[in-house]
Design a protein around this ligand. Structure first.
Ligand code: FES
Length: 168
C-alpha cells in the first residue's frame, strides 16, 4: 500500500506516524504533526525556510525523507523556545528586527543556532578558522555561513546583527 509506520523523535517527544514512504521530513512535520513553524518555501533545497536540526546539524527538511530519520534527534523552531520562554536567538531576532514578513524567520533562527554550534565545534574544519563564537566571525563569514537561508525582504544586515549580538 506504500505506507509505513515509523517513529520520530521531535523536540524530545516520540511520535508514531503511518505515512507514505515518499513523505519528506518537511511534509511529515507540517501535514502529519501540525508542526507548522517549519516553512515550505521552494520545496527543493534552495531557500532554507524548511531548516531543522538533525542531531544538531542543519538540514533542509524538504530534501530528506521522514523514513530516514528514525532514531535521530530532530529539533524544529517549536523546540527552541515558546512564547514567554524564547530562545536567546529568537530574542535577538526580535531585538534587532531580523525579519520583515517573517516567513523565512523560523528557518533563519534554526539555521543560526545550528551554525553557531558548528562554529563552536570547529565544523567543517576547512572553514573553521579557529574561531570560537559569533563575535569572532566577520559579517562576511556570518553571511557566508547563513547563505543557505534566503530572505526575500532582504533583511540580511539585521539578520547578521541579530546573530552577532545573540548573547549581548
Ligand atoms: Fe526546503 Fe526551500 S523549502 S529549501
Amino acid at each position: 500500500k506504500g505506507t509505513i509506520v515509523i517513529q520520530l523523535t521531535i523536540n524530545g517527544a516520540e511520535h508514531r506516524l503511518d505515512i507514505d514512504v515518499r513523505t519528506t521530513l518537511l511534509d511529515a512535520l507540517r501535514n502529519h504533526l501540525e508542526l507548522t513553524g517549519t516553512k515550505k518555501g521552494c520545496d527543493h533545497g534552495q531557500c532554507g525556510a524548511c531548516t531543522v536540526l538533525v542531531n544538531g546539524r542543519r538540514v533542509n527538511s524538504c530534501l530528506t525523507l521522514a523514513v530516514m530519520h528514525e532514531g535521530d534527534e530532530i529539533t524544529t523552531i517549536e523546540g527552541l523556545g515558546a512564547p514567554g520562554n524564547l530562545h536567546p536567538m529568537q530574542e535577538s531576532f526580535l531585538h534587532h528586527d531580523g525579519f520583515q514578513c517573517g516567513y523565512c524567520t523560523p528557518g533563519q533562527i534554526v539555521s543560526a543556532v545550528g551554525m553557531l554550534d558548528e562554529v563552536k565545534d570547529g565544523w567543517p574544519s576547512h572553514v573553521s578558522n579557529g574561531v570560537e563564537n559569533a563575535p569572532d566571525l566577520t559579517d562576511a563569514e556570518i553571511s557566508e555561513r547563513m547563505s543557505g537561508n534566503l530572505c526575500r525582504c532582504s533583511c540580511y544586515p539585521n539578520i547578521v546583527d541579530a546573530i552577532r549580538h545573540v548573547h549581548s
